[in-house]
Design a protein around this ligand. Structure first.
Ligand SMILES: N[C@@H](CCC(=O)N[C@@H](CS)C(=O)NCC(=O)O)C(=O)O
Length: 283
């Protein structure tokens, strides 16, 4: 048996009849310690449960959604494991940028190719390969039943990782996602920095471009607040609506009146997202 790695328990708390944990491990992908949280709902001995991944946004660690996401009651009701990774490698040896939207806390779920970022910023490999192996080894996770969600930069992560891996993820949802890094200032800065100037290299990290290039998924749900101050310049939900329409891909993209970009918005619709994923994860 291959060993995916050892895990250090940072904290474990009983919650909703299950266990909310925070764990740390040495990541081969990023070459750093990485922290993530896992909620395991109550379950019968020996049972394997489906998994919902949640990728967070700019400035976040695993803690933001864990503390403010209000997912646990729904995950306990539906018997779904909830996994929240960090958004980037961190540490004194890891390069950073003064700004909040590039560098530590802003990994954009890519495998960087450009110096000095490439050495540690390998978040695509971390989320797509390394962390799933660790999860399968240490938790009662049924890796045949996975779904993915996320917020903002993490919504971009959920859409792109989900669209690239339709056989692994039965459903994809996102809250206020960056739908096209090719067409917004956050994307220009981050993907330019991590991947270089050749914009064709960015397409596998752009949900709209992936759909234009042929990626499809049958189960896609997006919620976007109309009072989100990042909507017009950075998130640009309309580009995803257009891409899905042009491709003939059904998607439920909902504009939610009055909601902003915060966890007050996310937590309002979180239980609905968990329930929607749980339906796709049955059987
Ligand atoms: N207000 C933030 C902008 C970034 C932001 O809104 N981040 C979102 C994700 S894109 C978030 O969830 N922030 C942390 C939180 O609300 O807990 C800042 O200027 O640092």
């Amino acid at each position: 048996m291959t060993t995916a790695g050892t895990l250090e328990t940072v904290s474990e708390n009983c919650s909703h009849g299950g266990v909310q944990g925070v764990y740390r491990h040495a990541s081969a992908s990023t070459g750093t310690q990485m922290t993530f949280s896992v909620f395991v709902p109550p379950h019968a001995d020996g049972a394997k449960l489906p998994v919902l991944w949640f990728l967070s946004g700019l400035t976040c660690t695993q803690a933001n959604v864990t503390e403010k996401g209000e997912f646990r009651a729904a995950c306990a009701e539906h018997g779904v494991i909830f996994v929240a990774p960090d958004t980037s490698p961190r540490g004194e040896d890891v390069p950073d940028d003064e700004a909040y939207d590039f560098g530590q806390g802003a990994g954009f779920y890519v495998d960087a190719t450009q110096a000095p970022w490439a050495q540690h910023f390998q978040m695509r490999s971390y989320i797509e390969r390394e962390l799933p192996a660790l999860l399968a080894e240490h938790f009662p996770a049924d890796m045949q039943r996975q779904a993915i969600s996320g917020h903002s930069m993490g919504g971009h992560g959920a859409l792109t990782i989900g669209l690239r891996n339709p056989d692994r993820f039965r459903s994809i949802s996102a809250f206020s996602p960056i739908v096209s890094p090719l067409n917004c200032p956050w994307g220009d800065k981050a993907l330019g920095g991590y991947l270089g100037d050749n914009r064709s290299d960015w397409r596998e990290y752009d949900a709209c471009a992936l759909i234009e290039d042929g990626a499809r998924h049958a189960n896609l749900l997006v919620d976007q607040g109309t009072a989100d101050n990042f909507l017009e310049e950075q998130l640009r939900t309309e580009l995803l609506v257009d891409a899905c329409k042009s491709a003939g891909m059904p998607a439920e993209i909902r504009m939610q009146p009055g909601y902003d970009h915060s966890y007050y918005f996310i937590s309002t619709f979180m239980a609905e997202h968990v329930g929607w994923h749980a339906r796709h994860l049955q059987g």
